[in-house]
Design a binder for this molecule. Sequence first.
Ligand code: SAM
Length: 364
Amino acid sequence: ANAQELADRLAKEIPDRAMLHRILATTEAEELEVIRAAAERTLLEHCGDTVRLRGLIEFSNRCVSDCYYCGIRRSNRAVDRYTLELDEIVETAKWCGQKGYGSVVLQSGERRDAKFTKLVTEAIKAIKQETRTAELPDGVGMTLCLGEQSPETYAEWYEAGAHRYLLRMESSSPALFAALHPAEQSHAARVACLKSLKELGYQVGTGVMIGLPGQTLDDLVNDVLFFRDLGVDMIGMGPYIPHEQALLPGNPAFPDTETRMQLALKMIAATRLLLRDVNIAATTALQALQEDGREQGLRFGANVIMPQVTPPRVRRMYTLYDGKPCLDDNAEQCATCLEGRIHSVGRRVLRNQWGDSAHYFKRQ
Ligand code: SAM
């Protein structure tokens, strides 16, 4: 009876705070299926049945930040550091274009020096030039995921041709944010970056880690409401996964794998039900917890996948958390495997298109 009542309400109401809490709290199989089906229906209605691919190029693991949870934090001396050459970044993006991926994500550790800024600007320009085809006259779409930067740097990269930026809030709770980062990084500075990105015209994405030590269901409800209030276009969020060399201070308890996986899927569904027309990624961290984690993400309302295309020889050096999947597969193998996975959940790949967020165009 409860599940039926939930289904009726989700069919006609946009969830309020109490309903978001209920969605995140339930562990009952019948209710979970009701939530999943409602999120999938909302997705199909507002975004269609296509899955948009963004080839993920992790081009450098050098980082000036020291986020306590992250395997490539600057104080982790056990990692060998690398930065790909411009040519290799561009070649990798070209491969994505030829495969019909439509978009790439340039991701790296955080750096704010002039040499880095210039490398990114040159990479954006070259990728734009060299991935032009009849189907993609402006080249592949480009998302940046390069952390906190000055408004001038964000502007330089936007003018060079990048048009989306993903900067996770990690947690919208100022207290939790402070527990996860050294004092030099602030909640307020991150919010200011997100606002500056939006003002510049980027399609803006954010997200949080799910199942962090000390994180409550209320924190997660606030995160979803934060996404709405900021008016973001894209969401990339996934379970927190510990890294051996980046254990959170005091190593307090965090939910077990199954609970975090279920929480992450419920967060995708809750976000889809509330925000409706944004792009939501089924992130790699889901797959790190469960082999079919990304497919489950798609079934709970996600519509973006970021296939791993980082050259295999450096992939192991970009380990944010333990158990990163696809470490040894080459990009070709990842492409073949992915297509099957997407079809297995009744969805199809959007080829040769940027696959932008419908939400962005509505707010223009
Ligand atoms: N440096 C940029 C930044 O911080 O936005 C981009 C790269 S950063 C490594 C990308 C994302 O990795 C972060 O936003 C964080 O959410 C995620 N991440 C890092 N460590 C993680 C962990 N242990 N578990 C899950 N996600 C993690």
